[in-house]
Design a binder for this molecule. Sequence first.
Ligand code: DHB
Length: 318
Amino acid sequence: MAELTTTIGGFHFNNTIMNGAGVWCYDRKELSAVDTSAAATFVTKTATLAPRAGNPKPRMAATDLGSINSMGLPNKGLDYYLQVVEEFHQANPEKPYFLSTTGTSPDDFGKIFTKIAASNFSGLVELNLSCPNVVGKPQIAYDFAAVERILTQVTGIYHGPLGVKLPPYFDLVHFQQIADVLNQFPLTFVNTINSVGNGLVIQDETAAIAPKGGLGGIGGGYIKPMALANVRVLRQLLKPEINIIGTGGVEIGRDVFELILCGADMVGVATQLGKEGPKVFARLTEELTAIMDAKGYKRLSDFRGKLQVPEAREVAVH
Ligand code: DHB
């Protein structure tokens, strides 16, 4: 039977599927449910320096094709997640975990990474540069100079394994610009994509969620083509030592397979995890394994990054 082990940086994982930050990762109880599922590991809810209540409700809605959310970074604060991840690490010293974090003001980044550097944390940090839902705050990673500034500061303070969570890009010039910035830094991974920001879902005559006049991040099946393209193009543009976590639109094992075909080393699941709960990881694992067995692929490296594109045939004017 095919095996699904993978590595990010020097860290080994016994599966290639994990949660995407924001779903089933708010507190110890939710993290424990993912930890004891078939998932490779977990990433925490994005932690800010201080705890936050987030945006007013309703702030999340599932639809047949995906989801919309404007949670507004509700979280229990960095100290809580550092403590909890350390507890999981003590219980499972062989299993690497991800801590997601972000700043809500420019001063935060130095404080956050000084704190992490001074803690016992020994996993991987996912710096979220793509939250679309904090009122009045732009998605940082659409501002390439800001990304460079923040990563210069953060990598000067913190020398452990570090990755960034990116928003989707839609223009080839932007892919090149973000890759040129990221390639200057000793990053372990990028996670692409976060939700597609500022979409609108209407139910009857009413927006599905309340914050920002109904606008929120779109996830699930709607965004799979954007996730595939972002994984594929960033794999071509980033230094090979930067691993990629592909996230966006995973509903079935075939979606995991396609993200890996585009170059993903690990795959994140968010909207479908919210709909189905942590048992989704066993189902996706089975479905991916069945696809690989049917194709005769024994390990992920047999097809990772090997997307084929049809040969272009010239067309005559007529
Ligand atoms: C939230 C949403 C995101 O897409 C993200 O990256 C971080 C936080 C939120 O609204 O809580």
